[in-house]
Design a protein around this ligand. Sequence first.
Ligand code: G3P
Length: 224
Amino acid sequence: MLYILDTADLEAIKHCNEFYPLAGVTTNPSIIAKEKTDFWKLVKEIRSIIGEEKMLHVQTTQKKAERIVEEAKLLKEALKGDFYVKIPIGEEGLKATMELKKLGIGVTMTAIFTPAQALIAAMAGASFVAPYVNRLDNILGDGTEVVAEIVNQLELYGSDCKVLAASFKNAEQVHKCASAGCHSVTVAADILKTVISHPMTDAAVAGFDKDWMSVYGEKTILDL
Ligand code: G3P
């Protein structure tokens, strides 16, 4: 499972990059706009925090295939390293994906809501497909079930396209995606924190501290 951070908040990226086994960062136009700052400065700063080894996914702002390809080339040139252009599913997006595949630029096909959309994106050459779990749950769909179906179909057709599940509201959705064999999830920092937290863990650690201090006081192993 690859854990990716879905934000352009530089402080959150610095923090999670230090404390979690982060595989990269995803953004979209809404996430970028939230920061209300210079686009190029922001995305280059994200790249410098995570380094070139980790994945950076940035979404195109273009609608026509030729312009999407042009923008993808510009983004790849500027952001270097392990880079993916996010393209919403649609005819122009598929055309751009097939062209970018030939150029060796990775594509994450986004705004996916059905297994059928995901499969055709994979056949066009997308490296990742990004189904929106919570947005499906919100309309009485089953986001994690859709993720499971996509995982199965990609396997059935021997595709090397990976599922990058997105749009999460809670850790249970992440867990269900993991159980379905989903390859990667992109989540906000607070969800990563929830994933690692448990009141029983806190109680266990408090018990260890209390027992240790009853014999050794404030001294740690480094002091002995
Ligand atoms: O890029 C997809 C993801 O960020 C959408 O998440 O929370 O806006 O549904 P959300």
